[in-house]
Write a protein that binds this ligand. Sequence first.
Ligand code: GTP
Ligand code: NAG
Ligand code: MG
Length: 427
Amino acid sequence: MAAGSARYVRYILVAFFILAVFYFVSNSTDVTTPLRTHLPGVNKPADGGGNNGGGSSEASEPKPPASNDVKAKINYDPAQFPMAMTPNDPGWNDLAGIRDGPRMNATFVTLARNSDVWEIAKSIRQVEDRFNRRYNYDWVFLNDKPFDDNFKRVTTSLVSGKTHYGLIPEEHWSFPEWIDQDKAAKVRQDMKEAKIIYGDSISYRHMCRFESGFFFRQELMLNYEYYWRVEPSVELYCDVHYDPFRVMAENNKKYSFTISLYEYYETIPTLWDSVKKFMKNHPEHIAADNSMGFLSDDGGETYNKCHFWSNFEIGNLNWLRSKAYTDFFNSLDRDGGFFYERWGDAPVHSIAAGLMLPKDEIHFFNDIAYYHVPFTHCPTGEKLRTELKCHCDPGENFDWAGYSCTSKYFEINNLEKPEGWDTEGKD
Ligand SMILES: Nc1nc2c(ncn2[C@@H]2O[C@H](COP(=O)(O)OP(=O)(O)OP(=O)(O)O)[C@@H](O)[C@H]2O)c(=O)[nH]1
Ligand SMILES: *[C@@H]1O[C@H](CO)[C@@H](O)[C@H](O)[C@H]1NC(C)=O
Ligand SMILES: [Mg+2]
C-alpha cells in the first residue's frame, strides 16, 4: 500500500514535470513564430515583381541563380479576385459552373503506359469532379512509347482542359553511357533475391530517373510554370474549393505534398553520401533557412529517410529547371544510384526541396485528401471534412501515424497540429 502511494506520487511528479516542459516548449514556439492553421498571406496582395527573389542578405558576388531566385510572376491583383480559402469566406460554396478569375500557367501531368488507361481514367474523373471541371486546366500525358488512339480518346473525353501527348526522347529513358551494365545487372539480381519491390525492374529505374530529372524538361512541359502530378489509381476524397495553383503562385510556394513517410532503406543506401558530396561542391545552392531538420536528425550527418511522397505533387517547374536543381540532379545521376541502387524520385525531389528551398516555400496541402496505395491523407477534423464533403475514412488518415514524417514537418515549421490529430487516424 505504502509502496503503491509512493508510486502515485512519483507518477504525479513526472506528469507535472512533463506538463511543465510541454508548456514551456509550446509557449516558446508561440512567441517566435505565429502558429498558422491556414495559409499565411493568402489574402494579401502578392508581390508582383521578381525583385526580392534571393531573400537573404548575402554579399552581392555574381553567382548562379539560386533556387529561390525563381519567383512566380503574378500579373493580376489577387485582391481583385478574392479566393475563398475557408468556409467563412464569401464564395466558398460556389461550386457550380466555371470559376471566373485568373488561371495560373499550369498543367496536370501524368506519366503512363497505354495499359494504364482505365486506372488513369479513374484518377482523372476524381480530379475533374472534385476540382478541374470548374477550372479547366490542361493535362499533359507522357510515355516512353507512343500513346495509342484508345488512350487518347478516353483521356481527352474526361479532361475538361486541353490534353497533350508527349513521347519521351530515348536519352531521357535509357542508361547513361557511364553506367556499368554488368554492375547494374548484378544489383538487379541481388535485389530480386532480397525480394525488394521493383528491385529487378529496369523500367521502374528509368521511370524514377525520368521523374527525378526529365519530366519538367519535356517539350510540352516547357509551356508551363506549375504542375500537378497525377498517377493512375489515386483518389481525391474531398472537394477542392480553391485553386491550389493560385495558392502556390501567390504565396511563392515551390513544392507541396499531402503524404510523407520513411523511405525503404535498401533502395537508397548511398543516396545521402551522394547528397553530402553535392552539398560540399555546391554550397551556393543550399538555402539558409532550409528543412535539414526534416531530412536528418543529426544535423546532416545521416539521412533519417523522411521524404514527401511524390506520386502527388504540385510544384513550380521553373524551380526544377533552375541551375540549382539541375546541378543537384546531374551530380546524383553521375553517381549512378538510379541503377546501382534503386533511388526513387520521391527522396530525390524531397531532399532537393528540403535543402535548396527556404522552409516556407514547401507547402502541406491539408485540404487535399488523397490516396495512393497503401496510404491515405484524410484531413484531420470532422468539421473540415464535412465542409469539404469528404468521402474518406478518418480512421485511415496516415498523417500522425508512427511511420509518417508529417509530424516532423510540423515541428520544424512550428506548425500547430490540427485538433483531433491525437484521437483520429491511424496509430
Ligand atoms: N510510360 C511509362 N510509364 C510508367 C512506367 N512505369 C511506371 N510508369 C508510370 O510512372 C508512375 C509511377 O509508377 P508506379 O508503377 O505507379 O510506381 P509506384 O507508385 O512506385 O508503385 P505502385 O504502388 O505500383 O503505384 C505512374 O504514373 C506509372 O503509370 C513505364 O515503364 N512506362
Ligand atoms: C508559361 O510558363 C512558361 C515557362 O516559364 C513560359 O515559357 C510561358 O511563356 C508562360 N506562358 C504564359 C502564357 O505566361
Ligand atoms: Mg503509383
